[in-house]
Design a binder for this molecule. Structure first.
Ligand code: SAM
Length: 245
């Protein structure tokens, strides 16, 4: 199956209610630890595709100046409400990464939890070029995406997870023509109702992602599996760190 637009349909109130809840707690702690390690201390950060501020808000609490952007206005609203509740300095805006036009504004851009690879190859590369322009010279890009090499070795056609009070069933296929994970997500609500939505995600092996980062103009692209741990095929996520020259 070739790429088809899916994000407008998928990122709706079901993801707002159940999707984000699946990755609170420990996952946020690990994410913050890596981001802190990669950035080396407070600076001005753009959290690209920030969702409901899962990471942006605790990062701001650590002293970073954070702007979170997401294309989904309801998620940005939820992030702002969450930030207000804890008196956070994190700010949030509605921005589609395909149209992002910041220039020389940030010391770092972070893009987490496989929020990249949602479009055709030309668009994905164009997004990396926009990230590069958003950074100040010498700025750092931290990108976390699922590791294709791990997925191929450990492919599981089904998976269940708890998400808040609900549960999520993933039914997965892998399209070798496009190197794309195609997944049907069924959100099972506590009361018993359910909804199924499909996602299409271009997955990358590190050698390919590295080349793309370089094609976009990044330098010093390095892949980690965890803090101070070079990436292997046994890591399920790639933590890419690259610099604007
Ligand atoms: C899997 S969630 C991850 C959210 C966040 N990075 C986190 O770690 O909690 C993917 C996010 O990407 C956002 N997104 C999808 N397409 C986007 C686009 N074109 N521009 C900006 N954000 C987008 C979705 O609305 C959603 O919040």
């Amino acid at each position: 199956m070739v790429y088809k637009d899916w994000i407008d349909d998928f990122f709706d109130e079901n993801w707002l209610e159940y999707g984000f809840a699946a990755r609170e707690g420990e996952d946020v702690d690990h994410t913050l630890a890596f981001v802190e390690w990669a950035l080396g201390g407070p600076c001005k950060v753009l959290d690209l595709a920030c969702g409901v501020g899962r990471v942006a808000i605790p990062l701001a609490a650590l002293g970073y100046e954070v702007l979170g952007v997401d294309f989904q206005p309801d998620y940005v609203e939820a992030a702002r409400a969450r930030a207000q509740k804890v008196n956070s300095g994190a700010r949030f805006d509605v921005v589609d990464m395909r149209e992002m036009s910041y220039v020389n504004e940030f010391d770092a851009v972070i893009c987490l939890w496989t929020s990249f690879g949602y479009f055709d190859d030309d668009t994905n590369l164009d997004i990396l070029e926009r990230v590069l322009r958003a950074l100040r010279p010498g700025g750092t890009f931290v990108l976390q995406v699922i590791n294709r090499d791990w997925v191929i070795r450990h492919f599981q056609p089904y998976g269940w997870q708890w998400a808040g009070q609900g549960r999520i069933l993933e039914e997965r296929r892998f399209d070798l023509d496009e190197s794309a994970a195609i997944t049907d997500w069924t959100f099972v609500k506590p009361g018993g109702g359910q909804t199924t939505k499909e996602t299409w995600n271009r997955l990358y092996s590190w050698h390919e992602l590295k080349r793309m980062l370089e094609d976009a103009g990044f330098v010093e692209a390095v892949a980690w599996g965890a803090v101070d741990e070079p990436l292997t095929i046994n890591h399920n996520a790639i933590w890419a760190v690259a610099k604007r020259p």
